[in-house]
Design a protein around this ligand. Structure first.
Ligand code: NAD
Length: 255
C-alpha cells in the first residue's frame, strides 16, 4: 500500500487566490510544500482552494493584509494548522494608474496600504516565527515600476520602490536570525491586474521595448520566487532581481 506523506515545509503566499500568487502556490505544491493562501477576495480564494484539489496541503485564509488584526489572526491560524513557516511571499498588490495630479489621497492610501503596509505587517508576523526557528525566506513582489519613475504610477511605483527598500531593511536585520529576504521586480505579466491597468498603447510599447519581445508568464515569476526561497539560494540575501525579459537592462522608459 502506498502512503501519501504530508510535506513538512510550509509557504505562506499573500494574494494567492489568482494570478502570480496562485502560480506561486502551485509551484510550492509541486515542490513538496504545504501552502497557506491569504487573500481579500473570498470568492476567488475559496474557488482556488477547491481547484488546487489538495485539501490536506492547502489552507485558504480570508485576510486583508493591510489590517494588523487580520494579519495577526492569519498568522495564528497558520501556526495552529501547520506549526511552522519556511517561506513568506508578499505578493498581494493593487494598482492604480493615474496622472499624478489626478491621483487622489484615497488612491494613494489604497495602494500604499496593500503593497507596502501589507508586506510590513506580514513580514513582522511571519518573520517572527521564522526568526525564532532560525531559518526561513521572504520574497517580496515589487515591479519594474519600482526601479524607475514614469507617468501614471505615482502611487504604484512609489509603493514598489519602497517595498524594495523595505526588503533590504529586513534582509539586514532578519539575516542575523537566519531569515533571508529578497525581492523580485517583474516586468509585465498577463494577469487580471494587467488587464485592468495596461491600455492597448502600454501593451504594445512593452512588447516593442522588452528585448524578449513579450509579456512574462505567471509560471516564470513563480519559479524565480521558488528558487529564491529554496536552499539553492542559501547565500542570496537583500537582492532585487528584475524578471523582465531584459527591460531594465535595455534602459528604456516605462510606457
Ligand atoms: P492580481 O490582481 O491578478 O492578483 C492580486 C491578488 O492580490 C488578488 O487575488 C487580490 O484579491 C489580492 N489582494 C489585493 N489586495 C489585497 C489585500 N489587501 N489583502 C489580501 N489580498 C489582496 O495581480 P497579479 O498581476 O497577479 O499581481 C501580483 C503581484 O505582482 C502584485 O504585487 C503586483 O503589483 C505584482 N506585479 C504584477 C505585474 C503584472 O504585470 N501583472 C507586474 C509587476 C508586478
Amino acid at each position: 500500500m502506498t502512503t501519501l506523506s504530508i510535506p513538512t515545509r510550509v509557504a505562506v503566499i499573500t494574494g494567492g487566490a489568482r494570478g502570480i500568487g496562485r502560480a506561486i502556490a502551485e509551484w510550492f505544491l509541486r515542490h513538496d510544500h504545504q501552502v497557506a493562501l491569504l487573500d481579500i477576495d473570498h470568492t476567488t480564494l475559496d474557488r482556488t482552494v477547491i481547484e488546487l484539489a489538495r485539501p490536506a496541503h492547502v489552507l485558504g485564509i480570508h485576510c486583508d493584509v493591510s489590517d494588523p488584526a487580520q494579519v495577526a489572526r492569519a498568522a495564528a491560524e497558520v501556526i495552529a494548522r501547520f506549526g511552522r513557516v519556511d517561506a513568506l511571499v508578499n505578493n498581494a498588490g493593487v494598482a492604480v494608474f493615474k496622472p499624478v495630479l489626478e491621483t487622489s489621497f484615497e488612491d494613494w492610501r489604497t495602494v500604499l496600504a496593500t503593497n507596502l503596509d501589507g508586506a510590513f505587517l506580514c513580514t513582522q508576523a511571519f518573520g517572527a516565527v521564522m526568526a525564532q526557528a532560525g531559518r526561513g525566506a521572504v520574497v517580496n513582489i515589487a515591479s519594474i515600476s519600482g526601479l524607475r519613475a514614469s507617468t501614471l504610477r505615482v502611487a504604484y511605483g512609489t509603493s514598489k520602490a519602497a517595498l524594495i527598500h523595505l526588503t533590504k531593511q529586513y534582509a539586514v536585520e532578519l539575516g542575523n536570525a537566519g531569515v533571508r529576504c529578497n525581492v523580485i521586480a517583474p516586468g509585465p505579466v498577463e494577469t487580471e491586474m494587467a488587464k485592468l491597468v495596461h491600455s492597448v498603447a502600454i501593451r504594445s510599447d512593452y512588447v516593442d521595448t522588452i528585448p524578449l519581445g513579450r509579456y512574462g508568464t505567471t509560471e516564470e515569476m513563480a519559479s524565480t520566487v521558488g528558487f529564491l526561497c529554496s536552499d539553492d539560494a542559501s547565500f542570496i540575501n537583500g537582492q532585487v532581481l528584475a524578471v523582465d525579459g531584459g527591460f531594465d537592462a535595455a534602459g528604456v522608459g516605462l510606457p
